[in-house]
Design a protein around this ligand. Structure first.
Ligand code: SF4
Length: 357
């Protein structure tokens, strides 16, 4: 919480008086409070400018969402989908990763917080108890970085402990102390995105260091949580093999494979619209160096041979530590699966829980 600072808090009339609104006003007393008639007043126009994206990191927008808190991840055209559901109670993130797709995806000049928490929790419980889902809060924000304000994860963990659904809390935070002793019944997977330290230092502003994330994961595993890791986005740079190998060695020096629910691999991909924003906001970033090709989904990706090399080598580095882990590719084509893994996910029975509806 100490690192969270907001200079402006916008709010709509229906958010006024709700407990979370009052709490946020009290926590950030010195922030300017600005009443809005409608969310449209905060839309980027005509598209996200670098300055506005930067400003949006320091502003909150408190409003009420009427429905559709839970949605199926739309996946991406021509790529194998991992049947994930997304819970949306916040749109935007206080950390600032150079590659973050939210810079182009979101169109509001603030981090949006849906302050009708009771409605969110009711929708979440309906969805999680109605069928067996894999559901996460880390697609439109980081699952933990704002939890000192929202204080919602303990409720989500408790709800999932009574269902067969699996909650994934995906984060770059190391602040897990408040969640460790909860009765999770192994229905919550604590997940960390990981990149080598040299990259995290320059490309992941506001996130805990990868070593702290690994220590937090070890603490979660010691307290019985299944843990997961997302090597996503994998970034191709000089000496990438050595850097990822060191990271993976460090990971398995702290975590045993039997605690790992899944590991995903996803190569850097980006919407071309984000390129100018990255160049302007992160002039020293190395992530756009190299050759990219436009995929069927319109996103820029590394050339196929580079992706294939990274996926197969990193999978081999991981499997040195255990042969039976559920390792999968995120948003890749059947062809890429065959070339880098030699199989489709349907040929790997332990991935059924991820890829079968
Ligand atoms: S932590 Fe995740 S959501 Fe937040 S800026 Fe980084 S990539 Fe985006």
């Amino acid at each position: 919480m100490n690192s969270l600072k907001f200079s402006e808090i916008y709010f709509t009339e229906d958010a006024e008086g709700l407990p979370l609104t009052e709490k946020i006003f009290a926590l950030f007393k010195s922030a300017e409070k600005i009443a809005l008639e409608s969310a449209k007043e905060l839309c980027f126009a005509p598209q996200n400018s670098p300055e506005e994206v930067t400003r949006a990191k320091k502003a909150l927008f408190l409003t009420v969402k009427k429905n559709n808190f839970i949605e199926k991840c739309p996946g991406t055209a021509g790529h194998l989908c991992c049947n994930y559901f997304v819970a949306k109670n916040i749109l935007g993130c206080p950390a600032d990763c150079s590659y973050c797709y939210l810079q182009a995806y979101l169109n509001t000049r603030a981090i949006t917080v849906f302050v009708n928490t009771a409605d969110f929790l009711r929708d979440f419980e309906d969805a999680a108890s109605g069928q067996t889902l894999r559901i996460g809060t880390g697609e439109f924000s980081d699952s933990l970085l704002m939890d000192s304000v929202l204080d919602v994860n303990k409720n989500l963990i408790e709800i999932c402990s009574r269902t067969n659904s699996l909650l994934e809390l995906k984060t770059k935070s190391a602040d897990v102390a408040g969640l460790l002793k909860l009765n999770h019944r192994e229905r919550t997977v604590m997940a960390w995105s990981l990149n080598p330290s040299a990259l995290a230092e320059t490309e992941e502003t506001g996130a805990a260091s990868p070593l702290k994330r690994i220590s937090a994961a070890a603490a979660a595993a010691e307290n019985g949580y299944p843990v997961a890791f997302h090597f996503d986005p994998l970034i191709y740079f000089e000496n990438w093999e050595k850097a990822y190998e060191e990271l993976i060695e460090r990971l398995f020096s702290k975590i045993s494979p039997e605690h790992i629910a899944w590991i995903s691999l996803g190569a850097l991909r980006y919407d071309p619209a984000i390129k100018a924003v990255i160049y302007s906001r992160f002039p020293d970033s190395k992530i756009l160096c190299g050759e990219f090709i436009r995929g069927n989904d319109g996103k820029q990706r590394y050339l196929k041979y580079i992706r294939m090399e990274m996926f197969s080598k990193i999978r081999a580095m991981l499997e040195k530590h255990g042969k039976n882990m559920s390792i999968y590719l995120c948003m890749e084509s059947p062809e890429m699966w065959k070339q880098s893994f030699g199989k489709l996910p349907s040929d790997i029975p332990r991935l059924d829980s991820i890829f079968k509806t």
